[in-house]
Design a protein around this ligand. Structure first.
Ligand SMILES: Nc1ncnc2c1ncn2[C@@H]1O[C@H](COP(=O)(O)OP(=O)(O)O)[C@@H](O)[C@H]1O
Ligand SMILES: [Mg+2]
Length: 741
């Protein structure tokens, strides 16, 4: 797993070096150096991945490597992304003073990013050295083992791009394009559907009222039931070049059932105007009415297209409407709204003269085509050979039951994609029939809810907790897969899988595979991929989420807290315990009443940062028992007592410790044998602490001691020649900052 992450990072950095060369200005050489270090490390990881099961400490090193790779990814990408906006700011600022300030800011930024990249590079270099000391061999260029092979297979399956698979919307797109682009009365159906073809997908419900300006329809509405493809169609239109050329600014907003008007307005305003940082900051301080007015005016002055996706009720529109020029106050510049809704009344209420586009179900051929794309994805080498006549017969029968609903069809296709034999297809067909009989009392069409619920019922048991866990995320949220995988692993949702002849597979590998399987089963959708094909973010259709939440309740998997209705006290009391069995890194900011017992904290915890926690009892007595804690930062009055004690054999793995801003701390005792591996210690702004602990002289592993913002007396005692120097004379690097008062 670590290898695959480093692999991805190396690839990503290489892509950025080529594509974003301009934006990496100033740090390019450092980034190249980082890539070299990552490549060197990569050559060791194959062997390390294999051997990690045999050795707990090696597993910890590998976790650190994974962290370092993630950090590299984050730092460089953030810098390159900032590049574009930075360049715009530079070119747009005509005034020389502003330009100078920007240049200075830029130099500081280059310096900061440069130092971050340096720091990660040297972390990676020393991690690579550590791997060597574990007897791990470099395997550059060796034939890939089966684990690596599986990673490649995973990556291949990522190439399944949803946009390529859109079926049967060409006519709809043309009609909607023409409605949005052309002035009055020109949005005739491209192919007028003959009245004898009721199943034809395109149906124009051209409203009896005609548009009331020479700018054509002001509001264009796509209307139809959930899962029919309204959002998909609207996206296609929104991204069409013709449409984009016709408007000066465009914005897309998803309107959730519980949306806050202010958030929607701000989101749209930001997209329509791309304001500078100062304006953004100003926006936050503005009153709601001012934001609404500003958005209204932008649409009156500039030709804008705003998409309101999935607007449910007239009430929601009433809340949003002050920011939109509809009805009599139509803008002369030709701004328009494209909306999708399940409720025809909303569209007619918004604008009785709107253009209504009723989306129909797919016909039999399109349904079958869509189904095939999901059931036999291109990356399956045996795809073509699989579609036997028998399978087609079974497939068509099952697809027929989906009644032309795209969401039902893709989920059914995704479900059957994992079943290669005719026998399995027949079993699914029979299961669907008996499922329908149970659910509805007699055989009939599968609606979306039935297919979705059937697809859950068919999920392999180990994937169910992952699916149910998604109920924690709010409606329509784009979920970052990197984080999701970490959460699944940390919360112990993923269990180890024993593979024949291959030993145990890393938990992150398993999590990644499960995520891919949920995508392939169309239970979640990919929103964004990286240039290397890694799935960056996923999303769940709201009908699927409804199912997910209801199953999660049924299975007692979820105690959902509605954050809008919970006050602060309740929120803390209902918060999850931190005892996730695989928790690796934890940062707590803010007060905690009771410090947990050692057995309530994951024994795997490696990094802990505490800020402002306000413990009254010495936290060291608990923390020193954590067997894998490697980095600890105790900051900002996280401990309010006067005395802190670390006992013999405490903190067996601790490498780095920061003790900072503990304003009451007077004495710190360190027994001989505590912190036997400590390499780096920082003591900062603990002004009541007179001396470093006596026991520090036994910490022979200590390489760096940094003293910051302490009184001059403290420094004088500790310096060479001072009374306390004997405690730290073995430390190669002793540095003081701001200790002169
Ligand atoms: N015409 C289509 N071709 C292929 N897939 C489609 C089509 N319409 C919808 N889908 C798929 O069905 C799912 C649900 O579609 P969506 O547009 O979200 O429906 P709605 O907005 O009407 O609820 C999406 O994942 C999408 O990929
Ligand atoms: Mg939708």
């Amino acid at each position: 797993m670590a290898k695959s992450i480093v692999d991805f990072t190396v690839q990503k950095i290489s892509d950025l070096l080529i594509e974003e060369a301009v934006f990496l200005y100033g740090v390019r050489d450092k980034v190249k150096q980082l890539r070299t270090e990552l490549r060197r490390m990569e050559s060791y990881l194959q062997d390390a991945d294999r051997k990690q099961d045999e050795d707990e400490s090696l597993r910890n090193w590998i976790s650190e490597i994974r962290e370092a790779a993630y950090d590299s990814d984050d730092v460089i990408e953030a810098y390159a992304l900032k590049g574009a906006s930075r360049r715009m700011n530079m070119t747009s600022s005509l005034y020389s003073i502003k330009r100078c300030i920007l240049i200075i800011k830029r130099l500081i930024e280059i310096h900061q990013v440069g130092s971050q990249v340096d720091e990660i590079s040297s972390r990676i270099t020393s991690l690579t050295r550590c791997l060597e000391t574990f007897g791990i061999k470099s395997e550059r260029g060796e034939a890939s083992n089966s684990l690596h092979g599986r990673q490649k297979a995973l990556r291949r399956s990522y190439s399944h791009v949803i946009e390529e698979d859109i079926i049967g919307v060409e006519d709809d797109v043309k009609i909607l394009e023409s409605c949005l682009i052309n002035p009055v009365h020109v949005c005739e159906p491209v192919h007028s559907p003959p009245s004898t073809e009721p199943e034809k997908r395109v149906r124009l419900t051209s409203n009896s009222a005609s548009p009331n300006t020479n700018q054509g329809y002001k509001v264009v509405a796509i209307w139809g039931m959930g899962g029919l493809g309204k959002t998909t169609l609207a996206k296609k239109v929104y991204h069409s070049t013709k449409v984009r050329h016709n408007f000066e600014s465009l914005a897309w907003a998803y309107i959730s059932q519980h949306c806050q008007a202010r958030d929607v307005w701000e989101g749209i305003l930001l997209k329509l105007t791309s304001p500078c940082k100062e304006l953004r900051e100003e926006l936050v301080t503005m009153r709601d009415e001012e934001v609404a007015k500003m958005l209204y005016e932008v649409q009156v002055e500039k030709k804008c297209l705003v998409v309101l996706d999935d607007i449910w009720s007239v009430g929601t529109w009433n809340n949003l409407s002050p920011a939109f020029p509809t009805g009599r106050s139509l803008s002369v510049v030709g701004s328009k709204i494209l909306l999708t809704t399940r409720n025809i009344d909303v569209a007619l209420y918004m604008d009785p003269t709107c253009y209504l586009h009723e989306l129909r179900c797919l016909d039999e051929d399109d349904s079958w085509e869509l189904f095939q794309k999901k059931a036999f994805p291109k990356h399956n080498d045996y795809a073509d050979s699989r579609v036997s006549t028998e399978m087609e017969k079974l497939g068509r029968e099952m697809v027929g039951r989906c009644g032309g609903l795209p969401l039902a069809i893709i989920v059914l296709g995704g479900l059957l994609a994992s079943k290669p034999t005719v026998y399995e297809w027949d079993t699914v067909r029979q299961n669907i029939n008996s499922y329908l009989r149970k659910a509805k009392g007699k055989e009939q069409l599968l609606g979306v809810p039935e297919v979705l619920s059937f697809s859950y019922y068919e999920l392999p048991y180990q994937l169910k907790p992952c699916f149910l866990h998604l109920a924690h995320f709010p409606e329509n949220l784009e979920i970052q897969t990197k984080k999701l995988i970490r959460i699944w692993v940390a919360e112990g949702i993923i269990s180890l899988v024993q593979n024949e002849g291959e030993g145990e597979e890393a938990l992150e590998d398993v999590a990644q595979r499960y995520l891919t399987e949920l995508v392939e089963r169309c239970m979640i959708q990919v929103v964004e991929k990286s240039s290397t094909g890694r799935i960056r973010t996923v999303q769940m259709h709201n009908l699927m989420r409804d199912l997910c939440v209801s199953k999660a309740y049924q299975e007692n998997f979820l105690e959902m807290i509605n954050s809008w209705n919970v006050d602060e006290t309740n929120r803390t009391s209902q918060a999850r315990p931190i005892g996730c069995p695989n928790l690796y890194k934890l940062h707590i900011e803010g007060p905690i009443v009771n410090f947990p017992q050692p057995n309530q904290i994951s024994s795997k915890l490696a990094k802990l940062k505490l800020q402002g926690c306000g413990f009254v009892v010495d936290p060291m007595t608990t923390l020193e028992k954590l067997p894998n804690l490697r980095l600890l930062e105790l900051q900002l009055d996280s401990f309010l007592g006067k005395e802190m004690v670390c006992s013999n054999k405490g903190f067996p793995q601790l490498r780095s410790l920061v003790v900072s801003d503990l304003s009451n701390l007077e004495e710190w005792k360190l027994e001989k044998g505590a912190m036997a591996c400590l390499r780096k210690l920082e003591i900062s702004n603990c002004t009541k602490l007179d001396v470093v602990p006596e026991g520090l002289r036994f910490v022979t592993s200590l390489k760096d001691l940094e003293i910051r913002s302490m009184f001059a007396a403290f420094k004088i005692k500790l310096e060479k020649g001072g009374d306390e120097h004997y405690k730290v004379q073995h430390v190669p690097s002793l540095v003081f900052h701001y200790c002169d008062y």
